[in-house]
Write a protein that binds this ligand. Structure first.
Ligand SMILES: Nc1ncnc2c1ncn2[C@@H]1O[C@H](COP(=O)(O)OP(=O)(O)OP(=O)(O)O)[C@@H](O)[C@H]1O
Length: 376
């Protein structure tokens, strides 16, 4: 048996080859900075180019977890095209990896990336709408799923792309959770409540999302736009991860986004974050269609009485600041959560509730804001 942990780690990693090059990740130093503590906590860096198979990170993790003495594994994925990632591992020639290296918005690491790729237009996908929020947990996925279903109920052809790669919730909320079939090299979206759905949650392991980084995010978003058999859509709603990160930028670099909807809660702190997110869209030329204030007030399912619990007016202030409409104030209403947990968003599970009505109104305002005609 190999006697030191380092040696055992090297032995476990050596056979993992990059399918694109056929070479061992370890020997070509695509895997590097392998560090282990005495307690068996292991950390490695994996350099990935945009064309590399992103599931390599999972293979590395699984190989390391099997090594005797390993208690914890962390795989840091880095962009192989970044200058800091020097090394013997060269990203593939042809420039794709480099041209797709994305600056991280708002971070200190800011734009040293080369010119952004030209967005590709996908006319068959209809109006692409990014639903975004400054911070997590404000109800962005809830709003996205309900809007998608509202639009579908009106007779539009609607797609829903879960680009919240750090916490893909859409499958659970829409009540679908199976691997999408592949036919003729195209991924078939799953159908739920009349909406075509695709999510990274269908394709990856639950504990993996946090490792996805710039070029890989770009790759996934491009694949979701290009390689999914969406058919002809009127609207494609994209549930973005919270904040102003790689996914937002990837989406606007990958295609033409018709507009962004910003979801916030009434508190100041949520509003501040949301403002930064909205400004990011404006900077890249994506019109902000409006603000949805979610959990605006508590609506008791028993009495129907409204009660402000998170402060008031944040959504309105944000909308005023951005000079965009406040599209709706959706109450905090426990059946919204219960419905989401069993795959039946409120516009399906409680269509006559105030929350559902408000969300339907938001859908109507988006249709008007984009000047979309009646469904064909
Ligand atoms: N109006 C509402 N009333 C009651 N519960 C709500 C409402 N909106 C959202 N929720 C619940 O709050 C939780 C967070 O919502 P959701 O997952 O939509 O937020 P998010 O902003 O997409 O979060 P993240 O981006 O962090 O995944 C969920 O459990 C959801 O069911």
């Amino acid at each position: 048996m190999t006697d030191t942990l380092q040696a055992r780690l090297a032995e476990a990693l050596a056979p993992i080859a990059n399918p694109r090059t056929g070479a061992s990740l370890y020997q070509t130093q695509q895997l590097r900075d392998i560090a282990a503590t005495r307690e068996g906590k292991v950390r490695v860096t994996l350099l990935l180019a945009a064309q590399d198979d992103p599931t390599l990170a999972r293979q590395v993790r699984q190989a390391l977890e099997k090594v005797e003495g390993v208690t914890e594994v962390r795989v840091d994925v880095k962009d192989a095209a970044e200058p800091a990632a020097d090394a013997n591992y060269a990203p593939p020639k042809g420039g794709e990896a480099k041209s797709r290296a994305l600056p991280v918005m708002g971070a200190d690491t800011a734009p040293k990336a080369p010119a952004a790729p030209q967005p590709v237009s996908y006319p068959q996908l209809g109006r692409i709408i990014a639903v975004s929020s400054g911070k997590g947990g404000v109800g962005k996925s809830t709003v996205t799923t309900n809007l998608a279903i509202s639009l579908a109920k009106l007779g539009y052809h609607v797609g829903l792309m879960d680009a919240d790669i750090y916490g893909p919730n859409i499958p659970r909320m829409m009540g679908v959770d199976e691997a999408p079939p592949v036919q003729d090299d195209k991924i078939q979206p799953l159908l739920a409540h009349g909406v075509k759905v695709i999510s990274l949650g269908f394709l990856i392991e639950r504990d993996q999302p946090a490792i996805w980084r710039g070029p890989i995010v770009m790759k996934i978003i491009t694949q979701f736009l290009r390689d999914v058999n969406w058919g002809r859509l009127d609207f494609l709603l994209v549930d973005m991860p919270p904040g102003t990160g790689d996914a937002q930028l990837s989406l606007v670099q990958a295609t033409q986004v018709a507009g962004a909807v910003i979801v916030t809660t009434p508190q100041e702190v949520a509003v501040g974050d949301a403002l930064r997110g909205a400004k990011m869209f404006e900077r890249v030329g994506v019109p902000v269609l409006g603000v949805v204030e979610n959990m605006s007030y508590f609506e008791s399912p028993e009495t129907g009485k409204p009660m402000a619990i998170f402060g008031t007016g944040g959504g309105k202030r944000l909308a005023d600041e951005l000079q965009v409409p406040l599209l709706g104030e959706v109450p905090l209403y426990p059946p919204v959560l219960e419905g989401a947990d069993r795959g039946a968003p409120i516009v399906v599970s409680g269509p006559t509730s105030t929350a559902a009505k408000k969300l339907n109104d938001v859908a109507g305002k988006i249709i008007s804001a984009l000047g979309v005609g009646a469904p064909a």
